[in-house]
Design a protein around this ligand. Structure first.
Ligand SMILES: [Zn+2]
Length: 186
């Protein structure tokens, strides 16, 4: 298989494992060194993503990877955790055996996994892809995380982040407003 980045004809297999009835191989281009994944048997001719506006776009692993990387920026994640997450999702997508998959489903798959991996990354990703209905829904989710009612074991501590600072600020502001209201009743 030619390298999808430079077109070179030869690559070496750097990792190979069973992936739900198929074989997944991580390959490295012998010319440019780029890594890419191939699936034997399971990979359909093409997998299209149906976006919310009904446009269709060929599934792009790198695009998915970039979105997740962005959500995980500066988070203390183990090396390879993001790649593994994308590998898992990609394998599951191909295992579904469908030619078309909604971007929403992919988003949900990412969210589900990020929630277990890193809560800050989860909130960042979910706020973009799941379109929390409004700021209240987002705040509720952040509050739930801050109070730890859904903290899975071994979860890294939630660090204050620039993204969350705005939410916390807004929450403080609404608390202040509530106090003012109570005060004015006297
Ligand atoms: Zn190459």
């Amino acid at each position: 298989m030619n390298c999808p980045y430079c077109g070179h004809y030869d690559s070496k297999v750097v990792d190979s494992r069973d992936a739900s009835g198929g074989i997944r191989r991580r390959r490295q281009c012998l010319s440019c060194g780029a890594r890419f994944t191939t699936y034997e048997r399971l990979q359909p001719a093409s997998l299209f993503v149906i976006k919310k506006d009904e446009r269709r776009e060929e599934f792009d692993r790198n695009k998915l990877l970039a979105g997740i990387r962005k959500a995980c920026e500066k988070r203390p994640l183990p090396t390879g955790a993001i790649d593994k997450l994308v590998d898992d999702i990609e394998a599951e997508l191909y295992r579904l055996g469908k030619a078309e998959i909604s971007s929403e489903l992919i988003g949900d798959m990412v969210i589900e996994r990020l929630k277990r991996l890193d809560q800050v990354a989860y909130i960042r990703f979910a706020s973009v892809y799941r379109e929390f209905a409004d700021i209240t829904a987002l705040k509720q989710e952040v509050d739930t995380l801050l109070t730890g009612t859904e903290t899975p074991p071994n979860q890294l501590p939630l660090l204050p982040e620039a993204e969350l600072a705005g939410v916390v600020k807004e929450r403080r502001a609404s608390r202040k407003r509530a106090k003012v209201k109570i005060g004015s009743r006297r």
